[in-house]
Design a protein around this ligand. Structure first.
Ligand SMILES: Nc1ncnc2c1ncn2[C@@H]1O[C@H](COP(=O)(O)OP(=O)(O)O)[C@@H](O)[C@H]1O
Ligand SMILES: [Mg+2]
Length: 270
């Protein structure tokens, strides 16, 4: 039996009363240990809601999330479970401005029984791992956007989580820095075997993973293991504005109309 790190069973989240938004609509997914998964899809398709449910930041309306074999609905102390099992990296890095890089990485470790010197040692080791050995004693305000994200990644790794959840983490970085952060995550995934789910609208990020799940209207539209550059190109196209226009048969430029059937057929296969 495969041990999945993440399972969702008919996961549904409805927001609001009166005007209801079905942000997630019966989502069934499994992620195995060591996978690096990209979640893509238009704005409002439910990507962040999914991460919030998997990360136990919010409760589903119905359905279940199972992490490391434990159904979240059965967990008594969610805060404790979360800090021991899940590492978050958000677009806005959420670093504490009055603490240095190293001190920020130590914050999650205060909830553990580690001694002060063990905490310092682990924080320094993690900051070296993410390539920030030199600047670990700086305040976040004196770091670049990429450096701050590195601190946030080191902090997410502090308690050796089963899974890292990253929501649009490279959204505010330039393309060079995005490449660097991406290379870092891929390297951490390969070397440490940390399972990662990365929400992104950045095709460079999606391309570097081996599995891309596309969301649409709160549902999984496609879930593809990438095997070739051709499939990767096709997925880029499919999730683009033009690709979505072609799928819906609405707003397709005149010059492309002739190849719509061919593209649709190819899209169906990824
Ligand atoms: N806290 C909330 N209250 C009400 N509606 C929300 C809330 N969070 C998200 N939504 C709605 O749920 C849908 C999915 O949102 P979200 O998961 O943020 O999508 P994505 O991350 O793919 O852009 C959207 O229609 C959004 O407006
Ligand atoms: Mg989002």
């Amino acid at each position: 039996m495969t041990q999945y790190v993440v399972e969702t069973h008919d996961l549904t989240k409805i927001y609001g009363n009166g005007h209801e938004v079905r942000a997630l609509d019966g989502v069934n997914l499994t992620v195995a240990a060591g996978e690096l998964v990209a979640i893509v899809g238009p704005s409002g398709s439910g990507k962040s809601t999914l991460l919030n449910m998997i990360g136990a930041l919010d409760r589903p309306t119905s359905g279940e999330v199972v992490i490391d074999g434990t159904p979240l609905s059965k967990v008594r102390n969610l805060d404790q479970f979360r800090s021991q099992t899940i590492g978050f990296v958000f677009q806005t890095h959420n670093l504490i401005p009055t603490l240095t890089g190293q001190e920020n990485v130590e914050v999650p470790m205060y909830e553990t029984t580690l001694s002060g010197s063990k905490r310092h040692g682990r924080a320094q080791e993690l900051l070296r791992l993410v390539g920030l050995g030199e600047r670990m004693h700086y305040l976040p305000a004196l770091m670049s956007g990429g450096e701050r994200q590195r601190v946030a990644i080191a902090r997410a790794l502090a308690n050796r989580p089963s899974i890292i959840l990253a929501d649009e983490l490279t959204g505010m970085l330039d393309s060079r820095t995005t490449q660097d952060i991406l290379a870092l995550l891929t390297q951490l995934n390969a070397q440490q075997g940390t399972t990662m789910i990365i929400v992104t609208h950045n095709h460079e990020v999606a391309r570097a993973t081996r599995r891309v799940i596309t969301f649409r209207d709160g549902k999984v539209q496609s879930d593809v293991a990438i095997r070739s550059a051709y499939e990767s190109d096709l997925l880029d196209w499919k999730s683009s504005t033009l690709g979505q226009a072609i799928l819906q048969g609405d707003g397709v430029p005149e010059g492309l109309k002739a190849i719509v059937p061919q593209l649709r057929e190819a899209f169906d296969k990824v």
